[in-house]
Structures are given as C-alpha cells and as structure tokens.
Design a protein around this ligand. Structure first.
Ligand code: SF4
Length: 141
C-alpha cells in the first residue's frame, strides 16, 4: 500500500469512473438496485476533485490516457487507483494497435487490478472493499 494511506479511511469511498468503450458495461450496473454499491459505502462522484479513488477501465488510447492523467492530478491526496479489466493491463484484444496503451501503470500508479473482460460487478465491488480493508489495515474485515 502506498505511503499516502498511513491513516485509515473513516468515510465511505468516493469513486470517479474513467471507463472507455465496452468496459463500462459492467460498471453501470453497480448503481442499479440489483448491485446497489452504496450499501457497501461506495459512492460515485461526478468530479475528480471529490474522489478518493479513480476507477480506470476499458482500453486507453494515447489521447485518453492524457485525460486520465489530468483527472488523477486533480484528485486530492490520499487517493487510490483501481484498474478494471484486461485492457488496462495489456491492451486486451486491442494490444497490437499503434494507439493503444499497453500498461496503464506506466502513466498512473495503480493500487489494485481487477481482472476480467470485463470484470463482473460483484468482482468490482469485492475489489473496492478489499482495497478499503487494506487501507484500514484489515480493520473492516
Ligand atoms: S477488458 Fe474487455 S470489456 Fe473491458 S474494454 Fe477491454 S475488451 Fe472491453
């Protein structure tokens, strides 16, 4: 865990979503009544300036990763980043495009990778809760 998280998180985690392309298909249901992420203390916010955590997913292009960097820079400390799906790890099925970012963590530090193409909503919620637990030193387990 990065040193910025020297203190436990004593509030719900506020997330900002920067998800391109088909990766968004499994993020939208997080807000639905079926998955209802707010019951776990996970809240989506519309400004990076209010966010504790950046969810970055989908394939990133050389252009879109520059926007992602600006979003990350606008977030207040302490902040964390969760990368969703195979595309941020390797470029996914677009890996051989001249314009696809192969590894998002070359541009933004990533605290947690959630695998899948795309990851299921349950996996995303589980990953966010695991990260909050890690920040809190396991106190919320
Ligand atoms: S990981 Fe799969 S679902 Fe997500 S953006 Fe890449 S191809 Fe689409």
């Amino acid at each position: 865990m990065r040193k910025e998280f020297s203190k436990p998180m004593v509030k719900s985690i506020w997330i900002f979503e920067w998800i391109n392309s088909c990766g968004f298909s499994e993020v939208l249901p997080l807000d639905s009544s079926k998955f209802d992420m707010e019951r776990f203390g996970i809240k989506a916010v519309s400004s990076p300036r209010h966010a504790d955590c950046l969810l970055i997913g989908g394939y990133q292009t050389l252009k879109s990763i520059e926007i992602a960097k600006r979003i990350y820079e606008q977030m207040p400390e302490p902040k964390c980043v969760i990368a969703l799906g195979s595309c941020p790890i390797s470029g996914g099925m677009y890996w051989d495009s001249y314009n696809t970012v192969k590894k998002v963590d070359k541009y933004i530090p990533v605290d947690l990778w959630i695998l899948g193409c795309p990851p299921r909503p349950e996996a995303i919620i589980d990953g966010i809760i695991s990260l909050v637990n890690a920040i809190n030193g396991g106190k919320n387990d």
